[in-house]
Ligand binder design. Structure first.
Ligand code: A3P
Length: 289
């Protein structure tokens, strides 16, 4: 398939997946009514969105935690900008949980009163790149690049859904004082899942028993999520998003897979761009284990 930009819809300088959006909804996002107890997971694609959706859903909903529910994660934590099930968000009971890939400047204005909570998950961008490349290979709606080399060029130019990784992370980080926000790193979650769940609970002011925390952690391990039809999005991918071939959001779930894919040259080029674009950003990064 030709490597073009026809797969992108650009709104306010940010690239969306065109067939999943509703332009009226996007245009009204600025005025989208925010409740004090709303919670938003914010990520650049492939940074641990589905994982965090699973975690906060099972923190909030006892029936999810106890496996007494038939609802999938997307029903509990829908995407703010890709409202593919056409839910009337204003009618959803509180607390409302959302996921989003939006940059800070397209988020609803009401978040600026700093009552609703934002959890920003970021991941080292080389692993994001590799994960995104593989994801693009099987999701029908995304542009296919036949080589990682070509995809890396798109990624470093921001010609992908989600636009430029550097702008996303940097933008949210530099505007963090405008939001009630917790920054979490994918790699920290991977290294200490229980500690990360407790940190999230603390931020959300949710006091769970030790057993409940154990249940959340157990539901959020890579293997358990991968085999859990409510968490792994297999059906959503097939019926609602569309795939060219078999594949899941849960692929490897590791730190440093980029080392298996990037050549020395590509890695050096990536490092150069990273150093330039992330200058003065004091976020920590973990590149391998
Ligand atoms: P890989 O492709 O590197 O495996 P997103 O949900 O933002 O699209 O991110 C998907 C990435 O998060 C995938 O990375 C996926 O495997 C990883 N992921 C999802 N759930 C995970 C979990 N429970 N533990 C570790 N990684 C997880």
């Amino acid at each position: 398939m030709e490597d073009t930009d026809s797969y992108l819809f650009t709104f306010k300088g940010y690239n969306f997946e065109p067939s999943l959006i509703d332009i009226d909804h996007l245009e009204n996002l600025d005025d989208f009514e925010i409740r004090d107890d709303d919670v938003f997971i914010v990520t650049y694609p492939k940074s641990g969105t589905i994982w965090t959706q699973q975690i906060i859903s099972s923190i909030y909903f006892e029936d999810h935690r106890n496996k007494n529910s038939h609802e999938d994660t997307l029903a509990r934590v829908p995407f703010l900008e890709y409202n593919i099930r056409k839910v009337d968000f204003s009618k959803r009971p509180s607390p409302r949980l959302f996921a989003t890939h939006l940059p800070y400047y397209i988020m609803p204005r009401g978040l600026k009163n700093k009552k609703a909570k934002v959890i920003y998950i970021y991941r080292n961008p080389k692993d994001v790149l590799v994960s995104f490349f593989h994801f693009s290979q099987f999701v029908t709606l995304l542009e296919v690049s036949d080589t990682l080399e070509k995809f890396m060029e798109r990624f470093l130019d921001g010609r992908v859904v989600g636009s430029l990784w550097f702008d996303h992370v940097r933008g949210w980080y530099e505007h963090r004082h405008n939001f009630n926000i917790l920054f979490m790193m994918y790699e920290d979650m991977k290294k200490d899942l229980r500690g990360s769940v407790l940190k999230i609970c603390n931020f959300l002011e949710k006091k769970l028993s030790d057993e409940a925390v154990d249940a959340v952690v157990n539901l959020a391990t890579f293997q358990n999520m991968k085999s859990d039809p409510q968490a792994n999005y297999r059906k959503i991918l097939k019926d609602e998003i569309g795939t060219r071939k078999d594949g899941l959001f849960l692929r490897k779930g590791t730190i440093g897979d980029w080392k298996n894919h990037l050549t020395v040259e590509q890695n050096e080029r990536f490092d150069k761009v990273f150093q330039k674009k992330m200058k003065n950003v004091s976020l920590k990064f973990i590149w391998d284990i």
